[in-house]
Design a protein around this ligand. Structure first.
Ligand code: IPM
Ligand code: MG
Length: 419
């Protein structure tokens, strides 16, 4: 009896053993490809050029991408506000707008590409991109399970710094997150391996070059803006190899910034401490790998008033792309409510773009107008339905606020009154 059980088991093992060997060999081949791609990428990183100097470009071409769902509605409105603000520079030929069509889920599915080739070429022909939300496919949602257009664009244009500021002046909160944007679980998130029916493996990529440049950007930002502290967030006690490298790079980079204090936090306790009123105002500049940054910045934006209130800057040395941090809200469109979408997040992204391309005064005014309209005065409210203002009415409100010569004072008053 025992013998027969044993021999059945052995036979089973043998059978599984064969397929197991094949499964392992096939997984190794896929892993090998990933390694090759990443080592080639590192060589490209070593050769990366200098930062774009927007002051030397004329006209600066701003590519507008509508995207999916409510994207075209909020993008059109943002363009209207921007064209109004930039009217002198537009007339003088210092900036130009260009519409980039085709980054819709329908076209991506038809072309079976995350970013169709012609769209990518048009994007690369611009200096800076303002992008509405694009639908991110997921297995079973009815669309081909393509890589996210956001992620593909960040990688294609090497937009390694995802900069997300969150401010709550009344609570003395002024955080700037530097989320690494091209590596970690996102780098090859669509190239995981189903080794067998039961075993799925994804790959996490952290490189010295990739870590160094984002940490360097965070420290440089701290120095430039007079901040005294950088906080590095990892889980290096558990994810020892990759997070360990990130933390090692932080130690190394910090040596060039002796005047800036830095500390390391684990992502779990950091998630908790963003809620701790005793502690949270102490954080200033935070730098972290991609996925931790994705999660923590949603939490931070929610504290500021919701993900719809935050903008996101995706910055590389050559290109930059600015976007809303929320999704495309397809339900609003199917229910006929697109015209009531709140454009605040994309307007915020537009303000960040103005700062980045050399119009900090206009950017500053737009930031303040968005705060006044969305957070403080709130004379025109969007609710996402016909109970509230339309996207255009809100845009008009923001435009008239930006134009008000006393926008600065109004903002100061609100902030002072709130604290
Ligand atoms: C973000 C979003 C994206 C991300 C999605 C839409 C791919 O959540 O910008 O934070 O995961 O990075
Ligand atoms: Mg996110």
């Amino acid at each position: 009896m025992v013998d027969s059980v044993l021999s059945t088991l052995l036979a089973h093992d043998k059978e599984v053993g064969l397929t197991t060997t094949q499964a392992i060999e096939s997984a190794k081949a896929q892993f090998g490809e990933v390694l090759e791609q990443q080592l080639q990428r590192i060589e490209r990183l070593k050769r990366e050029g200098d930062w774009t100097d927007y002051a030397s470009i004329e006209p600066i071409t701003i590519g507008m991408i509508g995207g999916d769902g409510i994207g075209p509605t909020i993008s059109d409105e943002t363009r209207r506000v921007l064209q109004h603000l930039l009217r002198d520079s537009l007339e003088a030929g210092k900036v130009a707008f260009r519409t980039i069509e085709g980054l819709t889920i329908e076209n991506r599915a038809a072309e079976m590409q995350s970013i169709p080739d012609d769209v990518l070429a048009a994007i690369k022909d611009c200096h800076v991109i303002l992008k509405g939300p694009t639908h991110t496919p997921e297995r079973g949602d009815g669309w081909p399970n393509l890589e996210s257009a956001n992620v593909a664009m960040r990688k294609e244009l090497d937009l390694f710094a995802n900069v997300r500021p969150v401010q709550i002046p009344s609570q003395n909160i002024d955080w700037t997150f530097f989320r690494e944007n091209t590596e970690d679980l996102y780098a090859v998130g669509s190239q995981g391996v189903n080794v067998t029916d039961d075993l799925a493996i994804d790959f996490r990529v952290i490189t010295s070059q990739g870590s160094e440049r984002i940490i360097e950007a965070a420290f440089a930002h701290a120095r430039r803006t007079g901040k005294s502290k950088v906080t590095v967030v990892t889980k290096a006690n558990i994810v020892k190899t990759t997070d360990g490298k990130f933390l090692d790079m932080a130690r190394q980079v910090s040596e060039s910034y002796p005047e800036i204090e830095w500390d390391g936090w684990y992502i779990d306790i950091m998630t908790a401490k963003l809620l701790d009123p005793q502690r949270r105002h102490q954080f200033q500049v935070l730098v972290l790998p991609n996925l931790y940054g994705d999660i923590l910045t949603d939490e931070a934006a929610e504290l500021q008033g919701g993900v719809g209130t935050a903008g996101s800057a995706n910055i590389g040395k050559r290109y930059a792309m600015f976007e809303a941090i929320h999704g495309s809200a397809p339900r609003m469109v199917s229910e006929g409510r697109a015209q009531y979408a709140d454009p605040s997040s994309l307007l915020r992204a537009a303000a960040m773009m103005l700062d980045h391309i050399g119009f900090p005064d206009l950017g500053g005014r737009l930031h303040k107008a968005i705060d006044i309209c969305g957070q403080y005065e709130r004379r025109v409210l969007t609710t996402g339905r016909d109970t509230g203002a339309t996207t255009q009415e809100f845009g008009d409100y923001v435009m008239s606020t930006v134009e008000d010569a006393s926008v600065e004072d109004r903002w100061q008053e609100y902030v002072a009154g709130d604290s």
